[in-house]
Design a protein. Structure first.
Length: 234
């Protein structure tokens, strides 16, 4: 039997993978760790093949390595990892439906996500939280534009995807909701709740949180920790 190893550096950018490992109940197939540095990962699982892979992907946000008697397969994108998990293991169909029409809706959002929800939510987070810690003061004009771009994305989330349905792609929670909610939680690191004046999206986030139960807070524990430190300095 082949062995699959999953590695992800400790951060808030790709909590979706840990969501899915927990929620889809596939953790038993994986040896997993969150790590800050290459040495910790290598200590966790000494393997010359993994050393090569970890060196290549040291600055990547997440990777998955699969090896046995077949060539190494590396996935460095959370969307690809989520689809792999949802299609490889016996998980509830609503996450990534087999019915083409329903799956197409999830794929549609996941394709849109990269240059919309992910890009604009992470830009606000970087400009308000990360860059100042690196000695780069927030540029007010650029930040206002980033907030406006994010606001436009939230409009599209409401009008193009959520509409009048409970979740982004229909009546059931899917991978699309996992991807979206993680990105939209990032600005909360500064105490900025970007959904507070959007009742439809607030209700959607509450439904997602309820569906995920304790896994929601577990996946966003780093967000909460950063928020406490950030707001304590204000």
């Amino acid at each position: 039997m082949s062995t699959t190893h999953f590695f992800c550096n400790k951060g808030i950018f790709h909590n979706q993978v840990f969501f899915i490992l927990n929620i889809l109940k596939v953790c038993r197939y994986f040896t997993s760790t969150k790590t800050h540095c290459l040495n910790q990962a290598l200590h966790f699982k000494a393997n010359k093949h993994l050393e090569k892979i970890m060196t290549i992907f040291f600055f990547s946000q997440c990777i998955k390595v699969k090896h046995h008697m077949t060539p190494l397969t590396v996935l460095g994108d959370s969307d690809a990892i989520l689809k792999y998990l949802a299609t490889t293991y016996n998980v509830p169909d609503h996450w990534y439906p087999k019915l083409p029409e329903k799956r197409a809706r999830v794929d549609e959002y996941m394709a849109w996500h990269h240059v919309n929800t992910r890009m604009h939510a992470s830009t606000v987070f970087l400009q308000e939280v990360i860059f100042p810690r690196m000695g780069q003061p927030t540029n007010p004009a650029k930040f206002e534009k980033s907030l406006a771009d994010l606001d436009g994305t939230l409009d599209m989330l409401e009008n193009m995807f959520l509409k009048r349905q409970p979740f982004l792609c229909g009546d059931d929670i899917s991978l699309a909701d996992l991807l979206a909610v993680c990105e939209l939680m990032q600005p909360l690191c500064s105490g900025r709740d970007i959904l507070k004046d959007r009742p439809k999206l607030l209700s959607w986030r509450s439904r997602v949180q309820s569906a995920l139960s304790d896994s929601f807070d577990e996946a966003h524990s780093v967000v909460y920790q950063i928020r406490e430190k950030f707001t304590a300095k204000l």
